[in-house]
Design a protein around this ligand. Structure first.
Ligand code: SF4
Ligand code: SF4
Ligand code: SF4
Ligand code: FES
Length: 639
């Protein structure tokens, strides 16, 4: 164990001792004096937390909100008056009643400068200490200077957001007393999505800790002393490790050591839109940066309650490539003599209006995609009902989610005593939730993954599971019903669900007998192996009935694979099957669809309107093709 880790463990122990000594539930307010101002604090809060809350700046480089303090860089050192230990790190020292803290004086600043110079002796520092570096700012104008290797801030992609630079500026470092040694480590650019230049690494450990918090632990400190470096196990490229390319390490790095491959040299732009990713149903909050309507960067929002600054590879790295793709439909088109011709919006409206007015309302149908925002779904529903006056508005799927998900149910995951993942490949479909599973496991939860049939899950999530089972659908159902404590045989029969009361014994699962006693469990139910909609609907009904009758307080979350399935079904409740027969029989003659319909014959249709982001086989057959805004370009709600 290195000194920093040892120091942190001592501090955490002190924190626990303090909590028990104060006999406090963690919420009692005490007082501390920082720079001669008195502040209240909750027991367990650190000096840094209270100072930051009260807008007092203390320099930091290794600390990160939401992660356990590390105490590695020692820049946050403060003076504790009347103490046997007068110098302590603010990030890892818990407040005590009547403590008196000084955050800035000559001696403290000198100590910080000393520490920072040691850090800078292994980090390119020519630009950092240059008295004329502002002149280079003027020279650089708008474009970023590029260089293969970074030898100074002047040509560093990270310059505008560099935390190291900010601290150097704050401490007014204008020389480094130690010889500079360039580590001359190879640039690591062989992986997709992000590059690594460990010559810029200051060994703050943020990347290692955030990766561990995600439950992945793909990287760690390797070697010792002068050779110490961050790397994957065996120093293999990330693509050959268990890295899931979530980008969390890139987002927390305080220097330019880790950088997004596609966007590091592009300016982010000042136009920032806050929106929700709809690649999956977790609904992570993002900040989308655009220049002239082109998406330059997507950064997970640290303020968002659901993802708290985390994301998966799709949301973090693939969104710009997806929405800026060259094949994207950008203008409306109308079929003229068998060819789709770009047409002005006004002319398109006229053409649609003219056509729809030739048909009876019941001859017109709408198919709604579960990726639309709530507002779009609402408008479609109202347009069909009030303007066209047709009853034919349906979802593009037959599966209607009853079991919702919201940030409160996600927040309850870490406090669960057991977690059952049923037919859920969380690693693939909702990887951002792995953090909450990891938090639960760290608190002692037992995690069970049950897959239907013969499927196996990726290794990265498997190391979180205490049990992993492959069961036939009937036994998986019985296990779920057992864990939920479902006993109402009539209800089960009405819903067409059968329960094998001996399922635990049958599969030697006696350990579950104890687990089901705990009411604060979580069931994460997915649709990884596609199950019949009627089966899923009945299971959901049962879960909701048990919850409403107070029989089960289990936290049940549906992990559905479409972005806003839950939200859209608040407005559109008909399953696709309700209008599918009308389409195939020719009863519906005009169809407006926002989803690619693949397995339904459409040859009886007389007029087809397709609205999509990209061309498809279906749009090639359409009479009218309309573009659609992506989730990064609209501020509607996804719930
Ligand atoms: S990481 Fe920061 S301090 Fe280092 S060269 Fe880049 S901008 Fe300068
Ligand atoms: S991208 Fe994610 S999984 Fe990969 S090393 Fe970074 S934090 Fe870990
Ligand atoms: S790569 Fe970045 S986050 Fe990781 S230890 Fe180095 S400086 Fe810190
Ligand atoms: S030691 Fe406190 S921020 Fe690094």
């Amino acid at each position: 164990m290195d000194y920093a880790s040892f120091n942190v463990q001592v501090k955490q122990f002190e924190r626990l001792m303090l909590l028990s000594k104060e006999g406090c539930d963690g919420m009692e307010l005490k007082h501390i004096t920082i720079d001669e101002q008195t502040f209240e604090f909750n027991v367990g809060e650190t000096i840094l937390e209270v100072a930051t809350k009260n807008k007092i700046y203390i320099p930091t480089l290794c600390n990160l909100t939401d992660l356990e303090p590390y105490g590695g860089c020692r820049l946050c050192i403060v003076r504790v008056l009347d103490s046997r230990k007068p110098f302590q790190t603010a990030c890892s020292t818990p407040c005590e009643s009547n403590m008196k803290i000084i955050t800035k004086d000559k001696e403290l600043q000198e100590m910080r400068r000393e520490v920072l110079q040691l850090i800078l002796s292994e980090h390119p520092n020519g630009c950092l200490v240059c008295a004329h570096n502002v002149l280079c700012e003027d020279l650089k104008a708008d474009d970023k200077m590029k260089s293969g290797r970074v030898f100074g801030c002047f040509s560093c992609h990270n310059k505008d957001i560099c935390e190291l630079r900010n601290v150097v500026e704050y401490l007014e470092i204008d020389e480094v007393a130690y010889d500079f040694e360039y580590k001359n480590l190879p640039l690591e650019r062989e992986d997709p999505f992000f590059d690594r230049d460990y010559n810029l690494c200051i060994l703050c450990g943020r990347c290692v800790r955030t990766c561990e918090e995600r439950g992945i632990s793909a990287i760690n400190f390797m070697h010792r002393g002068h050779e110490i470096k961050i790397s994957t196990g065996g120093d293999v490229p990330h693509i050959d490790s268990n890295c899931i390319f979530c980008g969390s390490c890139v987002d927390v790095c305080p220097t330019g050591a880790l950088s997004s491959k596609a966007t590091k040299w592009v300016k982010k732009g000042n136009n920032q839109t806050k929106s929700v990713c709809s690649f999956c149903s977790v609904q992570c909050g993002f900040l989308y940066y655009t220049i002239d309507e082109e998406l330059m960067e997507s950064i997970p929002s640290t303020q968002d309650r659901v993802n708290k600054g985390k994301a998966c590879v799709l949301g973090r790295f693939c969104t710009p490539a997806f929405v800026n793709h060259s094949t994207r439909l950008k203008y409306p088109m109308k079929r003229v003599q068998n060819t789709l011709i770009p047409t002005k919006w006004n002319d398109i409206y006229k053409a649609i209006n003219q056509k729809l007015s030739q048909y009876k309302p019941e001859e017109i149908g709408f198919v709604i995609s579960p990726d639309l925002s709530n507002e779009s779904a609402f408008l479609f529903q109202k347009f069909a009902e009030k303007v066209i006056k047709t009853p034919n508005v349906a979802l593009s799927t037959n599966f209607i989610p009853l079991l919702g998900q919201h940030d409160k149910s996600f927040d309850a995951i870490p406090d669960s005593q057991w977690i059952l993942l049923l037919n859920a490949n969380i690693q693939l479909t909702h990887p951002v939730l792995l953090i909450r599973l990891k938090q639960a496991k760290d608190k002692g939860a037992k995690i069970v993954s049950v897959n239907i049939g013969d499927v196996s899950l990726p290794d990265e999530s498997r190391n979180l599971f205490d049990f992993e089972l492959n069961l036939p659908i009937q036994d998986a159902t019985s296990l779920l019903l057992t864990m939920l404590g479902a006993q109402n045989k009539l209800l089960l029969r009405d819903l067409g669900l059968k329960m094998d009361e001996h399922v635990l014994e049958k599969h030697k699962l006696t350990q579950f007998v104890d687990m089901r006693r705990y009411q604060n469990g979580t069931v994460l139910m997915g649709n990884f192996v596609k199950l019949p909609p009627s089966y899923l609907n009945n299971l959901q009904k049962l879960i909701l009935t048990l919850a409403s009758e107070g029989e089960s307080k289990i936290n049940c979350i549906g992990l559905w694979d479409r972005g806003n399935l839950n939200g859209v079904t608040k407005f559109i409740t008909k399953p696709f099957s309700e209008i599918e027969t009308k389409i195939t029989s020719g009863e519906i003659k005009v169809l407006y669809t926002t989803e690619r319909i693949e397995n339904t014959p459409l040859d009886k249709l007389e007029y087809l309107i397709v609205q999509d982001m990209f061309p498809s086989e279906l749009s090639e057959k359409a009479d009218i093709v309309l573009p659609v805004a992506s989730f990064t370009e609209q501020s509607g709600h996804i719930t």
